[in-house]
Design a protein around this ligand. Structure first.
Ligand SMILES: Cc1cc2nc3c(=O)[nH]c(=O)nc-3n(C[C@H](O)[C@H](O)[C@H](O)COP(=O)(O)OP(=O)(O)OC[C@H]3O[C@@H](n4cnc5c(N)ncnc54)[C@H](O)[C@@H]3O)c2cc1C
Length: 452
């Protein structure tokens, strides 16, 4: 791969690339692009029409009553917070955020906590800013969506909506590994907020006692494909520093590390830095777990373990399927992220099933974009039909190879009417300290945009 203009290498995945026009987002050590926050891009293709106003007015319970239309956002993670911040900034809606957790914890960069390099508090933030800005926060879990009545259902209440934004993230698919459901409490996955704390306990025990630590990677699509390798690297780095006796067995369902454009730098990092700590088993399926024997059955034979962090295949949470919005993932229209089944519902972040990467940056950008679209609909503006390719939210991902060095992955994408989205990957050819520092700055910038 030839290095690109920034030292990164560009790889087109499904064809040509789009012309990208991102707003610069400045950070202290480096600068990168962030999806246009809320204002210009889609407004260019929107226009007010009298018909649009009339159609929307008839469907919005609050219009004409003096009250603002109700927008319910499910999930206070990366996507949900992008939508909430955009909606609150625009001021046209009565915004309710439904989120069971009392605070936010980031999955991006949390490998630094799991491996013991940083405290959990570095990755946690309060929802106080959302409260101050005027959102109503319901600290409950959504159990169902009543599309006929336009209500979101929790254990204690029904919340009416005019527009619904769903960003509840992912659910693990336990069925593929026999015995996993019974062993769930002992085998935390740690790919959702706050679950990292249970994984950290296992890592601490492993680093103190040694033995076999199994980490697995499923077949895509799953949340943040480089994350299983990054986790293995940062734990292996600690093994070296602490002299832990044992090894990490990285069981990969794929023939190469994912995503493919960074397979080479991932393999290089593994070989050059952790040849004595990591045993890599590519193309290997885990079929069963026996916690009594502490043994995994795999397509390459039995693997004994002292500790295991099995990263399971993923899908959208059950509420999406039960509401008829899709099977494994929610079916959405692009570029709008509107549900294919219901024009009042938008599904963003990892729950939606477009080919965009399952990344927090995409989730936040799509949340902001959807907030803008809803604001326009409330104002009676209807989108003009796109005539050419439209850019989609940018993806930015980091795979730390040491706690200081990372591989940067940028994914730009666009969609033209009637065509599949086109994705273009731009990646670091090798891990480096500049991307390591940029990852930290990126995280701080994103958390500030969400909750600062
Ligand atoms: C280890 C790791 C590293 C990563 N690194 C990067 C990276 O470098 N860059 C990047 O861009 N992305 C990264 N990601 C991916 C990123 O975390 C996800 O893509 C992002 O969190 C998706 O946002 P979301 O809003 O869909 O889901 P989430 O951020 O998970 O938010 C979902 C929210 O919904 C809530 N929820 C769930 N069910 C319900 C319910 N029934 N009712 C109400 N609320 C509910 C949850 O409590 C949660 O707060 C990483 C992920 C992992 C696991």
């Amino acid at each position: 791969m030839p290095p690109g203009p920034t030292g990164l290498s560009a790889v087109s995945v499904t064809g040509g690339s789009s012309s990208i026009n991102h707003t610069p987002f400045s950070i202290s050590t480096w600068s990168f692009s962030m999806p246009v926050p809320f204002t210009t891009r889609r407004r260019d293709v929107l226009q007010a029409t009298a018909i649009g106003v009339a159609v929307l007015a008839s469907g919005c319970a609050a219009i004409g009553t003096g009250a603002k239309p109700r927008v319910v956002v499910v999930g206070g993670g990366w996507g949900g917070l992008g939508a909430v911040r955009g909606l609150l900034a625009a001021g046209g809606a009565d915004v309710t955020l439904v989120e069971p957790n009392e605070g936010f914890m980031s999955c991006p960069l949390s490998a630094h906590f799991i491996a013991g390099h940083q405290p959990a508090s570095d990755f946690q933030r309060s929802y106080a800013r959302i409260d101050q800005l005027g959102a109503r926060r319901v600290r409950e879990r959504v159990t169902a969506i009543d599309r006929a009545k336009r209500e979101v259902v929790t254990a204690t209440q029904r919340l009416p909506y005019d527009f619904l934004v769903l960003s509840p993230g992912v659910e693990y698919m336990e069925d593929g590994i026999q015995g996993y459901a019974e062993a769930r409490a002992q085998l935390p996955v740690g790919f959702r907020a706050f679950e990292q704390i249970a994984v950290r306990r296992q890592v601490d025990e492993f680093l103190a006692k040694g033995g076999n630590f199994v980490i697995s990677a499923p077949k895509p699509p799953y949340r943040c494909p480089p994350a299983p390798y990054e986790r293995a690297f940062l734990i292996a780095e600690q093994m070296k520093q602490r002299g832990t006796k044992g090894k990490i067995i990285l069981i990969d369902a794929n023939p190469n590390p994912m995503p493919l454009p960074i397979a080479k730098p991932i393999l290089n990092g593994m070989k050059s830095l952790y040849a004595s700590q990591i045993e890599y088993m590519p193309d290997t399926a885990i079929t069963a777990v026996d916690m009594g024997k502490r043994q995994l059955a795999t397509s390459a034979g039995d693997v004994p373990f002292a500790h295991a962090n099995l990263i399971l295949p993923m899908r959208a949470p059950a509420m999406i399927r039960q509401a008829g919005l899709g099977e494994r993932w929610a079916n959405v229209k692009l570029p709008s992220f509107q549900s294919q089944a219901d024009e009042r519902i938008y599904v963003i972040g990892d729950s939606q099933g477009s080919p965009l990467p399952k990344s927090g940056h995409v989730a936040f950008g799509s949340g902001q974009q959807v907030a803008e679209a809803i604001t326009d609909r409330i104002a009676g503006k209807t989108p003009a039909a796109a005539t050419g390719a439209v850019e989609l939210p940018l993806g930015i991902c980091w795979a730390n190879v040491t706690h200081k060095d990372a591989i940067n992955i940028n994914v730009s994408s666009s969609v033209a009417p009637g065509e599949a989205p086109k994705l273009k990957f731009t990646v670091d050819p090798e891990h480096n300290a500049r991307s390591g520092a940029a990852a930290t700055s990126w995280g701080n910038g994103m958390w500030k945009a969400m909750l600062g």
